[in-house]
Design a binder for this molecule. Structure first.
Ligand code: PFF
Length: 506
């Protein structure tokens, strides 16, 4: 019998958390948001935000989970039961992300196959292939189902045998493939210099604006899996032997390095393609959803059979990254369901998957152009609700709750055992610097979004409606102090491996 049902080693914890952090956010989101917001200027602000907000936020969230050894609702309740609804919001947000993330995961899986089937087609054929796929009412949903199914399969294996084991194999594989594609892309010759200028050498702050700064902040939260319970859940699976601050720094470095590498893989290739084909940047769509799904396949395709094979590897790598990320999203909901409803891990993993699949079908239909909501496709709508509003709000609340609600001494002594000065710095940042920065950027970001598009009010209202629902549900049914009704990790203990009582009884 194991001592605790958490991660077996520090390396396993770091790799699993990096597996959560590194995903479509790094390889799809980061490059296209860089493309949309002034290239190098966005990269610079992103790195600053990662240092000021990301590392602090991650350390704090991990500590909140580790201290409680429980799901996010119980963990926040243990700081102060009046603000436990923030914990519930941290479980609801991942659920909404699963609904659109899996659709993108399905698109990515299609990319593996289409890289081969596109070989020999001309550019118009490649574009038409993707458009047909998007417009098809069934195929994207089927790919979404396959993608989610793979993730749930891993989760059912439990923390050590499923999540940790998969991450230890998949993460290094991903790194090697990305490195290969990056080197290949940097060696393409023509256009590479222009790509590098745009990406890291010439910062255009006018194109960035406040909207871009807010986008960089949202991207930091999304990419580092913050503001949504993940690091609370993963932190709850750690024991005394794990140094939280060091782990957070390592995970942030890996996450940022992979995002930067993705940019180095994509921009030189995209600019090479533009120069060789004589196409303008505005036509290629450097700053949109399509950068990874449409522009990149065009680039690979223009390189002939070798390009097709590289493209297939590329999409395989992105699928791997996306699976370990969606695993972490499902795990938050799974852990909460197991502990709150005392159901088996299997049931607790399948339940959110069925719900998410049901919601992901309209998301994929909307992305295919079948309908819009307030002028947005559902993916953008969900993405905006979570990235620009709910994640910053949740991260801010958790920082403030932990900074002011946990005894200062206890907080400082546990962030880096033996070096309380690190704890003191993080505690100061969590109380004053990080929340203020989040608040200012979020407010200006929302303001500049609304001033360009009034429909953005719908995004904000829906986000606050969700927060109100979390608030009401919490106070109506989950508010009891401690873990008496919302459970903790120990409830899953005492059985062989990660199996649980329901399995044994079946
Ligand atoms: N961080 C992941 C990425 O960058 O793709 C996505 C993600 C995982 C977002 C887990 C949110 C999350 F809770």
């Amino acid at each position: 019998m194991k001592k605790h049902n958490g991660f077996a080693s520090s390396l396993g914890f770091v790799l699993a958390s990096a597996g959560s952090a590194v995903g479509l956010g790094n390889i799809w989101g980061f490059p296209y948001k860089t493309g949309a917001n002034g290239g190098a200027a966005f990269v610079l602000v992103y790195i600053l935000m990662a240092l000021l907000l990301g590392i602090v936020g991650m350390t704090v969230e991990m500590y909140v989970g580790k201290r409680a050894q429980a799901n996010p609702v119980t963990a926040v309740k243990k700081i102060n039961s009046k603000i436990g609804f923030v914990g519930l919001l941290s479980v609801i947000v991942p659920f909404f992300i699963i609904c659109y993330y899996s659709v993108l995961g399905g698109y990515t899986m299609r990319g593996i196959v289409s890289s081969f089937t596109d070989i020999g087609k001309d550019a118009a054929g490649v574009s038409a292939g993707l458009s047909d796929f998007m417009a098809n009412p069934w195929l994207p949903a089927l790919c979404t189902f396959l993608f989610l199914g793979l993730a749930v399969f891993i989760i059912m294996g439990g923390v050590q045998k499923g999540i940790e084991k998969a991450s230890k194999v998949l993460m290094p594989l991903l790194f090697i493939i990305l490195l290969g594609v990056m080197i290949y892309s940097l060696c393409l010759g023509e256009g590479v210099k222009a790509g590098l200028d745009f990406y890291i050498l010439k910062a255009d702050f006018k194109a960035l604006g406040f909207k871009g700064v807010a986008a960089a902040m949202g991207q930091v939260f999304f990419s580092m899996s913050l503001g949504m319970g993940i690091m609370i859940t993963y932190g709850s699976y750690t024991g005394k032997e794990i140094n939280l601050f060091k782990s957070a720094v390592q995970i942030s470095l890996i996450d940022t390095a992979i995002a930067l590498m993705a940019g180095f893989a994509i921009f030189p290739a995209a600019f090479h393609f533009m120069e060789v084909e004589g196409i303008a940047a505005s036509e290629v769509g450097l700053g949109g959803f399509a950068l990874m799904f449409m522009t990149l396949p065009l680039v690979f395709n223009s390189l002939g059979t070798v390009g097709g094979i590289i493209g297939a590897f590329f999409f395989l790598m992105v699928t791997i990254a996306a699976i370990t990320s969606v695993v972490s999203l499902v795990e938050v909901v799974t852990q909460f369901f197991i502990q709150k409803f005392r159901i088996s891990r299997k049931r607790a993993a399948v339940l959110p998957m069925i719900l998410a699949l049901a919601i992901s079908i309209p998301v994929s239909l909307s992305l295919g152009g079948h309908f819009t909501l307030f002028g947005f496709d559902l993916l953008t709508f969900f993405d905006e609700i979570t990235n620009t509003v709910l994640m910053p709000v949740t991260a801010l609340c958790v920082c403030v709750a932990a900074g002011f609600g946990i005894k200062r001494r206890e907080f400082e002594d546990n962030i880096y055992v033996g070096k309380p000065i690190v704890g003191r710095i993080i505690s100061f940042m969590a109380r004053f610097v990080t929340p203020l920065l989040i608040l200012v950027v979020a407010i200006f970001g929302i303001y500049s979004n609304v001033s360009v598009n009034v429909n953005y009010f719908a995004v904000i209202n829906t986000a606050f409606l969700l927060a109100a629902v979390a608030f009401a549900v919490y106070f109506l049914s989950l508010v009891r102090v401690g873990d008496t009704d919302t459970g903790c990790n120990a409830d899953e203990l005492g059985y062989e491996g990660d199996a649980d009582p329901a399995d044994a009884a079946e």
